[in-house]
Design a protein around this ligand. Structure first.
Ligand code: FES
Length: 159
């Protein structure tokens, strides 16, 4: 019975100090960690609809070039990047949007109306009107974007 430990005033003060310190530490620590790691955790969720321009700009059966600037955030790094996108429609209702970046080594392809083909100047690749590889080394067609039309404006999903 004499070994029974009593909770002394000193124990109480020690416990209280420890508990208050813990609450303050959590109160400061959790937001600080969320602040530091937040941008890195969000990097995959940066996809957004990007407005290209009016539907009326697109000529029937002719890939039409749109240029726009997008802001990308990867972790703490924010980049502004100009992208160029060819938009094609054969009926004025259904649209496809293609990157102008060659799928071989990343050079910019150019639409040549007289030939009705895209040409890549780096290794002489040729792509058809809808971005399929016609000849040359590219391993796959031009990359496509998801497209939506709202209020006669063309949007692509990117980021
Ligand atoms: S980068 Fe286009 S063919 Fe090589």
């Amino acid at each position: 019975m004499a070994d029974k430990k009593q909770f002394t005033r000193r124990d109480f003060m020690g416990f209280t100090t420890f508990a208050i310190g813990g609450f303050i530490g959590l109160g400061l620590g959790i937001p600080a960690i969320a602040y530091i790691t937040g941008p890195a955790r969000k990097s995959d969720a940066n996809q957004a609809w990007i407005q290209l321009g009016p539907v009326s700009k697109v000529e029937l059966n002719t890939p039409t070039l749109f240029k726009t600037t997008v802001t990308e955030q990867t972790g703490w790094i924010v980049n502004e990047q100009e992208i160029s996108v060819y938009v094609l429609t054969e009926n004025g209702r259904d649209f496809i949007a293609m990157s102008n970046v060659c799928t071989h080594l990343g050079c910019r392809v150019r639409w040549v109306t007289e030939e009705e083909k895209f040409f890549c100047p780096c290794h002489n690749a040729v792509f058809t009107k809808d971005g399929e590889v016609a000849s040359g080394p590219p391993p796959k067609p031009l990359n496509r974007y998801e497209v939506k039309i709202e209020n006669d404006q063309i949007f692509i999903l990117g980021g």
